[in-house]
Design a protein around this ligand. Structure first.
Ligand SMILES: Nc1ncnc2c1ncn2[C@@H]1O[C@H](COP(=O)(O)OP(=O)(O)OP(=O)(O)O)[C@@H](O)[C@H]1O
Ligand SMILES: [Mg+2]
Length: 276
């Protein structure tokens, strides 16, 4: 294991009992094409509330597209997506964001000309100061709100142990620090389900350990559910149970990492492909 940390491993000892969890997310017969290309093919899967569920699969399997459908960036051609018991198939990203369904991007999307702290302060939706009239007619409310946002951003910085870079321009941060900042952005609202798209990519081993530890803390202490796309199998093994394997736009298998690694079809479709 590259992330050799017994404490983390003990914390992450979740087993397939998670398959009995109530689903926070249900993908039902979902289909999505881009022109003639069927990217998501009658896909069915569930994510249990309180789980850290992994999503693995070869390049081009449709993982990011599925996240785009869940988070409202694209809409499914057919099928239904249910979040916390309610259909969200045609919801806009902002609506889902306000309901606690958040995502990070495969490529970090920071505001490079703002500091790390300011990036966090940009997150909360519907800030009163954004309305051009409010600072004039309700200055007290705006100031009070902004003080609250600043406090919250500082709390997030503390939680993630990013104090040393909070006043650094985000554009100057390392790839790993940007990924931690993305995680921090999800903490500025009351997230319930967070979709992580390859947060480990380009992150050095030390920061990766921090990232893993923080994901586990958010899961245990703040009750976040995570749905995690990852090519780093060590990270998947540390964090995720269950793990879903996706191939050609649908679920191929679901199980513990040990079950997945022992399945010859998965080995042929994925591990044989060389990237993991
Ligand atoms: N907006 C789009 N328009 C057209 N084709 C797209 C679009 N988005 C994705 N695709 C195609 O859909 C397929 C699945 O892409 P997707 O990014 O979902 O794969 P992935 O499983 O996330 O792969 P990777 O592991 O490389 O990130 C690819 O063939 C891709 O080219
Ligand atoms: Mg992808």
């Amino acid at each position: 294991m590259l992330i050799a940390n017994t404490k983390i491993r003990n914390l992450s000892l979740k087993t397939t009992e998670n398959t009995n969890l109530k689903p926070i997310l249900e993908i039902k017969n979902v289909h999505k094409s881009f022109g003639a290309l069927d990217v998501i093919n009658n896909c069915n899967l569930e994510v249990g509330q309180g789980s850290i569920t992994g999503l693995i699969g070869p390049n081009g399997a449709g993982k990011t597209t599925l996240f785009n459908l869940i988070a409202g960036a694209f809409h499914a051609d057919q099928g239904e997506i249910i979040y916390a018991g309610n259909p969200i198939t045609h919801c806009a990203p902002e609506t889902l964001f306000k309901r606690g369904l958040l995502r990070t991007f495969q490529i970090a999307q920071e505001f490079s000309h703002l500091t790390a702290l300011e990036n966090l302060m940009m997150v909360p939706p519907a800030q009163p100061g954004e309305n051009i009239v409010n600072p004039w007619v309700r200055p007290g409310e705006v100031l009070h709100f902004e003080a609250g946002v600043c406090q919250k951003a500082n709390d997030v910085i503390d939680f993630l142990k990013l104090d040393h870079i909070k006043n650094e321009l985000a554009g100057n941060l390392s790839g790993g620090q940007k990924k931690l900042l993305e995680l921090g952005r999800t903490m500025m609202v009351d997230a319930k389900l967070v979709l992580l798209d390859e947060v480990a990519a380009g992150v050095n081993r030390t920061l990766l350990k921090d990232l893993v530890e923080n994901i586990l803390r958010l899961n245990r202490e703040l009750d976040y559910t995570f749905f995690v796309i990852e090519h780093d199998m060590d990270m998947i093994a540390e964090l995720c149970s269950p793990v879903i394997v996706m191939a050609e736009g649908r679920k191929m298998m679901e199980g513990s990492i040990e079950e997945i690694r022992a399945n010859p079809e998965v080995v042929a479709a994925y591990f044989g492909g060389g990237k993991a």
